[in-house]
Design a protein around this ligand. Structure first.
Ligand code: FAD
Ligand code: NAD
Length: 450
């Protein structure tokens, strides 16, 4: 039995590493355990590698937009194998670097699958271990789908490690992952189809901007099938026979590859939470607002594994990990501040959001002023030949504060950060407009957008 830890963190991803380092720095005896190489989803299988692959697609798209404007892109193409190797140049050293960093802070780095054996005990691949506190930071995994042949779906991790990209790719689900990957695949020469069960994909984003993005996707060869469900997938000589129901009609189509983009669910399987009396459901570990388990006071949860109000995003995982750590260290009940957390779908161009959607603001009874712009003809977009860009800013007339901001355009994933800060600090649009930005940058468009 490994005894006497103040804290054992389960999961060495964004949330877990942040919490382990913070508690060790405060003098606690801390161990962290992971069943996979250290680094978690974001660094190894999510945000970071995804955006490296996207860089290849950006180069292709940027060149195409400048066709006839001084750039001849005839011979330009993505070498997928080299791009994946470039990605590995970043991801491969991550686990070692993270372990060295944790050890440097005095954290014991353990390996294996953890499961609870009692309220304050776990077994790591069968080896017992106990602690005064546990942080569950086990992340998420692709949601289980139940149609016949679902096992043929490739997950996001597998997609980013494909040795070559085939032509006909079906992305099941119209969310972040499918849109981002389809935008990469289209620039790599594939013909992607995104299928969503509902009439409107990317439901967390402004519907008007989403429609513009769908149009831009169609221009580069991305097809969208709305109100469509997969009823079965069978292997065929050439690939997969996918039977779908589109607007009530069955149809069988052949694809070379079928990818899971139908949502992710907290990774709690195999943790045996019931053995520790930890309440949970399909949305994650049940926690109070300060991230302590509602049923086992020794246990906290953070990041994708926690049923908290935070979106399953990296910055949220990091600050939840830190807040949970601080609450454990000081026995406080501090609640994470979720205000002003921006998010972006890294399509080309990117779609970004912070704060409320228009219908949410109206439902909250906000005295709403909506400021919209088609920014495609503005200097920043003219310069690079971008055809699709728009903004929608939601302002509370009574306070002059931004209640929601929605952007679609190149570099708008950076621009949204200003609006997130403005929302967090409760700045008025007048205050935000007083900022002097470097000219000409996309940031210098902010005054006109507001
Ligand atoms: C393809 C993709 C792209 C994404 N892109 C973005 C993006 O651009 N921006 C953004 O903000 N977010 C993005 N996300 C979401 C983001 O990656 C997650 O929100 C974030 O990584 C969650 O961090 P976490 O610490 O909660 O969990 P994770 O980073 O997933 O870490 C959990 C760790 O726990 C380990 N584990 C699980 N169960 C056990 C067990 N029983 N025993 C031991 N170890 C265990 C796992 O092996 C894993 O290493 C993306 C996600 C995906 C899938
Ligand atoms: N840029 C980023 O920040 C980023 C990128 C990738 C992933 N992520 C995170 O990962 C999470 C998971 O991403 P995701 O894209 O898998 O899920 P998602 O929740 O973004 O979208 C899933 C979509 O699939 C649809 N769907 C579900 N089941 C279906 C079915 N059987 N048939 C057809 N459509 C179906 C849903 O209606 C929804 O539109 C996201 O919620 C996000 O938090 C973030």
């Amino acid at each position: 039995m490994t005894r006497g830890y103040d804290l054992v963190v389960i999961g060495a991803g964004m949330a877990g590493v942040a919490a382990a380092n913070k508690c060790a720095a405060a003098g606690w005896r801390v161990a962290i355990v992971d069943a996979l190489p250290y680094g978690g989803t974001c660094a190894l299988r999510g945000c970071d590698p995804k955006k490296i692959l996207r860089r290849g697609a950006e180069v292709i798209d940027s060149a195409r937009l400048m066709r006839g404007k001084g750039i001849d892109d005839t011979d330009l193409s993505i070498n997928w194998t080299d791009l994946v190797t470039h990605k590995h140049g970043f991801t491969d050293p991550v686990p070692g670097n993270i372990e060295v960093g944790l050890s440097g802070h005095g954290v014991d780095t353990l390996h294996g699958h953890a499961r609870f054996t009692g309220p304050t005990t776990i077994a790591i691949d069968g080896r017992p271990c106990d602690a005064a506190h546990f942080l569950i930071a086990t992340g998420a995994r692709p949601r289980a789908l139940d149609f016949p042949g679902h096992e043929h779906l490739l997950d996001s991790t597998g997609f980013m490690d494909l040795p070559a990209l085939p032509e006909r790719i079906l992305f099941v689900g119209g969310g972040f992952i499918s849109f981002e990957f389809a935008h990469i695949a289209a620039r790599a020469g594939s013909a992607p189809v995104i299928l969503d069960r509902g009439p409107r994909p990317l439901k967390a984003f402004d519907p008007d901007l989403v429609e513009l993005l769908i149009g831009r996707g169609a221009d580069v060869g991305i097809e969208l099938w709305r109100s469509t469900t997969v009823t079965s997938i069978e292997t065929s000589e050439a690939g997969y026979q996918v039977t779908v129901e589109r607007s009530g009609h069955p149809e069988t189509v052949e694809f070379d590859l079928v990818v899971h983009g139908a949502g992710r669910t907290p990774e709690l399987a195999g943790l045996d939470l019931d053995a520790a009396g930890i309440d949970w459901d399909e949305h994650g570990v049940q926690v109070a607002a300060h991230l302590q388990s509602t049923s086992n006071p020794a246990v906290y949860a953070a990041g994708d594994a926690a049923n908290s109000p935070g979106m399953p995003l990296t910055p949220v995982a990091v600050f939840e990990g830190k807040v949970a750590a601080s609450n454990m260290l000081k026995a406080t009940m501090t609640v994470p501040d979720y205000a002003g957390v921006p998010t972006a779908v890294f399509t080309i161009p990117e779609l970004a959001r912070v704060g409320l959607l228009e219908h949410e603001a109206l439902a909250h009874g906000v005295d709403l002023e909506v400021r919209c712009h088609d920014t495609s003809g503005w200097y920043s977009n003219y310069r690079i030949g971008e055809t699709t860009a728009a903004t929608k800013i939601l302002i509370d007339r009574s306070t002059d504060r931004i209640v929601g901001a929605h952007l679609l355009g190149p570099e708008y994933g950076e621009l949204i950060n200003f609006l997130g800060l403005a929302r967090k600090l409760q700045l008025t649009t007048r205050q935000l407009k007083s900022m002097t930005a470097v000219y000409p940058t996309v940031g210098s468009d902010l005054g006109s957008i507001l």
